[in-house]
Design a binder for this molecule. Sequence first.
Ligand SMILES: [Fe+2]
Ligand SMILES: [Fe+2]
Length: 199
Amino acid sequence: MPVSESNKIYQEVIDAMIAVHRLTDGYTPNHEDQTAELAVMIGRHLDLATERIDALHMASQVHDIGKARIPLALLTKPGRISVEEYDVLKTHVQFGYEILNKISFPFNLAEIVHCHHEYLDGSGYPRGISGDEIPLEARILTVADIVESMSADRPYRKSLGMSAALDEIQRQSGVRLDAVVVDACLDVVKRSNWRPISN
Ligand SMILES: [Fe+2]
Ligand SMILES: [Fe+2]
């Protein structure tokens, strides 16, 4: 998706970061790409201004860049992971935020990434913030991230299927996830028959 002319240089910075991440992780950047595609479709459905769509697109493309600091063996570990391993995994949000916050984007890209595992009811991480403290772009990214993750094959398990993914966001709608965003996601997936491309 081409961003606006004024944001081209930022997109180039993002593309360079992704290229480095791809050298060591053949999976995460593809997941981010697919998530970005779906997030932008939801953002457009909600009539977000062009600048906010650009920010949502680029933030989604690097939302898991902090995973570059997590051992690949843990990222691809099949089966259950321990509480300690989950704590290590969770640190990808803070790492990602710290990397992206070094760049003076003219929009809240680092903050969107910082919030992509936060939930409306305050049960997310890393800060446990809630409601409107979470930017709309992050609430969109969170929904797109869940749908992509569940409906795509992951290194440690096969796809759970799109209908399971859509059931899951409906189950969390209005509690952990923004109901308006969930409805928009259901709409765009059904209308376009969107599916992640298997890696
Ligand atoms: Fe993440
Ligand atoms: Fe993700």
